[in-house]
Every structure is written in structure tokens, then in C-alpha cells.
Design a protein around this ligand. Structure first.
Ligand code: URA
Length: 230
């Protein structure tokens, strides 16, 4: 949000008055005077006017969870436990999920309170690779390579998925890389080639790789390099 908007909204003054306060050096962003009313200010920045706090600085949170089976990627549910229940109460109110996993799926789940950052992680147009270890009910047919790389038609969304890669590891096990995160995407892709996914584990999103030493249900903060990679 523009600095002038924050100052006028939070201080209850007109945009003109906010611009004047800023131009005369009475407004600071993260402790530094800022005289540019058009300066972009995120929700994480502290803003003061004449020393009074207008917006409290908020710590940004970027976490990876090794999602256990059986937990919903949701903030609240009446029936099933949610992944948010795996975090302490003071953290969980602020967090949202950057790229959901189905209840039965496991592995890398990213949670953050930074909406702009998580949008970049999940937007189909940005094409961040998401890598899954998949086991299937039937042996993986030869034609799966070609069908996945051509893209699979999703009737409901009226679209063809981006070309995906598959590396077959065993008769019924493969590593699959997709570049979007459509609803049940991997399961639906296998369904389209007459197979069924029996387990799905996300290993990586872009440069962010799950630490396999994190036991299911454990989480850690992302490193500065991981955050910057998105
Ligand atoms: N594709 C699926 O089908 N399920 C997931 O949880 C993630 C990707």
C-alpha cells in the first residue's frame, strides 16, 4: 500500500494532509524518515508519524512443515484435524498455506503470513516446479510420459495442464514435476491415463526442498536463501 494511504487511513486525515505530513519529514518507515507519499509499504513495515505508531511492524513468517497424513490443508474444520493445529496458538492465527496438499498427501507444505510472497509461489503463470513422489495402483504405462508432457485436458477448468515431467523409479513409483497446483492435479493426471494414485508426497517447490529429517508434523523456518528464491 502507498505510504500516503496508510497515513491517511490510520491517522484519520485527508490524503492531502497525509502527503503534507510525509513531505515535511514527519513520517518514518522502519525508523527512517520517508518523504515519498508514493512509497510502497508492506504490512510488515513499522510506520510512525510524529513518533506515534500508525502501523505496528509485523514479523514476517516463512515456515516449512512436513505434513502428516490425515491433516487438512485448511485453517478450520469441524471433522478433521487441520495443519494449523500443529503450530502454537500465537503463530497459527497469522498463517496461511502456500499451495495445499490433500488430506491423504504428505510432505512439503509452506505456511507464511506474507500474501505477496505466497502468491508468487502458487500462481500458475509463474510456473514454479512442484515435485512429487507418487505411488500408483497399476504399473505406470509407457504412454504416461507422452501424455503428461503433452498436457492433460481438465474438463472442469476447460484447460490443458502445462507440460509435466515424469521419471519412473519403479513399476508403480515415479517422481512427477508439475508447474501449476490445480485441484487434485496429480491424481487427476494419473486418472486420465487410467491409473490411480495410492500415495503422494511433495518433495520440493522451486528451490525449497523438504528436509527429510523433519519428522511428520515438525516444521522449521525457511532460510533467507529459500525465501529469496521465490
Ligand atoms: N496433486 C494432488 O492430486 N494432490 C495433492 O495433494 C497435490 C497435488
Amino acid at each position: 500500500m502507498k505510504l500516503s494511504r496508510i497515513v491517511s487511513n490510520q491517522n484519520g486525515v485527508s490524503r492531502k494532509r497525509a502527503n503534507a505530513l510525509i513531505a515535511t519529514g514527519r513520517v518514518s518507515v522502519n525508523g527512517k524518515v520517508c518523504r515519498n507519499p508514493q512509497h510502497d509499504v508492506s504490512e510488515f513495515c513499522g510506520v510512525t508519524a510524529d513518533g506515534d505508531v500508525i502501523q505496528q511492524a509485523r514479523p514476517s513468517l516463512y515456515l516449512m512443515l512436513n505434513k502428516p497424513v490425515g491433516y487438512l490443508s485448511a485453517t478450520f474444520d469441524d471433522t478433521h484435524p487441520t495443519v494449523l493445529e500443529l503450530f502454537p496458538p500465537d503463530l497459527k492465527h497469522d498463517l496461511h498455506i502456500g499451495g495445499r496438499l490433500d488430506r491423504a498427501s504428505t510432505g512439503l507444505l509452506i505456511l507464511t503470513n506474507d500474501g505477496n510472497w505466497s502468491r508468487r509461489l502458487t500462481e500458475p503463470e509463474i510456473k514454479i516446479p512442484k515435485v512429487y513422489l507418487v505411488t500408483t495402483e497399476q504399473p505406470i504405462a509407457e504412454e504416461t510420459h507422452r501424455r503428461f508432457s503433452e498436457g492433460i485436458w481438465f474438463e472442469y477448468e476447460q484447460l490443458t495442464t502445462s507440460p509435466a515431467q515424469i521419471e519412473v523409479l519403479q513399476e508403480r513409483e515415479a517422481r512427477v514435476t508439475i508447474y501449476e497446483g490445480r485441484y487434485h492435479q496429480v491424481k487427476r493426471m494419473f486418472h486420465a491415463v487410467g491409473n490411480r494414485v495410492t500415495s503422494l508426497h511433495r518433495e520440493r517447490m522451486g528451490e525449497i526442498r523438504l528436509n527429510e529429517e523433519l519428522s511428520p508434523g515438525q516444521y522449521r523456518t525457511l532460510t533467507a536463501a529459500e525465501i529469496a528464491s521465490v
